[in-house]
Design a protein around this ligand. Structure first.
Ligand SMILES: C[S@@+](CC[C@H](N)C(=O)[O-])C[C@H]1O[C@@H](n2cnc3c(N)ncnc32)[C@H](O)[C@@H]1O
Length: 278
């Protein structure tokens, strides 16, 4: 690929999705965009690049963004963020929201749904402790294609084996041939919606808990800071934020502080959780 074309895609992806593409990923452009060029009837990647320099079709741009996103995910990914949800977050919220009896949770880059559905299953498992409560799980992603897949809640044997304990698999999924579908009571607990993290988050409302895991790693520092500050503005003052294992707030924002001994879990800087921990 010509350097000028690499820059064309680099700028486009940065503007549309925040993805920060480095030269060592040029090979990814070729392998992931060739099928898109073919789908749109271009003779070559070069021909698609020429079109993109003019007035490109919005759907073509979307296809390019979707092709370049990484959707890697799994049920109970990394285990610890979900242990903390069950053992720290839920007991706290049970007390703190005891009058309101409502929890709003946001999975900000939900991919094919394993993360929000893991939370829905944990809430279902804890339901006896929360009589009369309502739980709203909002799961968003930039990719409409992956969201359509997530809504179906259908997973391969390989996908369920990656993290879903057998007891929960048998309890909450129905087997259909070599696929497993989440039962409708769990699927109905999650509302999927297309949302670009670069956009204003105001319309989403406020949340008690936010999972924004394994997406900031693809952004540059400035974009990471902007997204983290946006989330801070939507989080209740005693809310919790979870980031991925390779992500941090350090050097990016003062809005959040990590919780000592609770890796991956963050609270707002003046949060009562910090006072309690010190
Ligand atoms: C690697 S997956 C992470 C899935 C899940 N959070 C996890 O940790 O397993 C990253 C997801 O971020 C989404 N994504 C990338 N850029 C985005 C953006 N600007 N706004 C919203 N979602 C984005 C991708 O479509 C992809 O599904």
């Amino acid at each position: 690929m010509k350097i000028s074309d690499f820059d064309l895609y680099k700028d486009l992806l940065k503007e549309k999705s925040g993805l920060s593409l480095t030269q060592d990923k040029a090979y990814l452009l070729e392998s992931r965009l060739s099928p898109i060029a073919k789908k749109w009837g271009f003779e070559s990647l070069d021909a698609m690049s020429v079109k993109l320099r003019g007035v490109p079709d919005r759907n073509l741009v979307n296809d390019i963004v979707e092709a370049m996103t990484t959707n890697e995910t799994s049920f109970f990914r990394d285990t610890r963020p979900f242990d903390l949800f069950r053992d720290t977050v839920l007991p706290y919220m049970k007390q703190a929201r005891g009058t309101r009896r409502k929890l709003r949770i946001w999975c900000a880059a939900s991919s094919s749904g394993q993360e929000p559905y893991t939370l829905a299953i944990l809430l279902k498992e804890a339901a006896a402790q929360f009589p009369g409560w309502s739980f709203e799980i909002v799961a968003t992603d930039i990719s409409t294609e992956i969201l359509a897949q997530a809504k179906e809640g259908i997973y391969s044997q390989f996908e369920v084996q990656r993290g879903m304990p057998v007891t929960l698999l048998l309890k909450y999924f129905t087997q259909n041939g070599d696929k497993w579908q989440l039962n409708s009571d769990i699927r109905q607990m999650v509302r999927f919606d297309q949302f670009n993290l670069l956009d204003s988050m105001l319309r989403l409302g406020s949340f008690d808990i936010v999972y924004c895991r394994n997406v900031l790693i693809y952004f540059d520092e400035k974009t990471k800071s902007k997204v983290l500050n946006g989330i801070a503005a939507q989080l209740e003052s005693d809310g919790y934020l979870f980031l991925g294992g390779a992500e941090t707030v350090l050097g990016l924002t003062d809005a959040f502080k990590p919780l000592p001994d609770k890796r991956g879990m963050y609270v707002l800087q003046n949060s009562e959780h910090l006072k309690a921990a010190s």
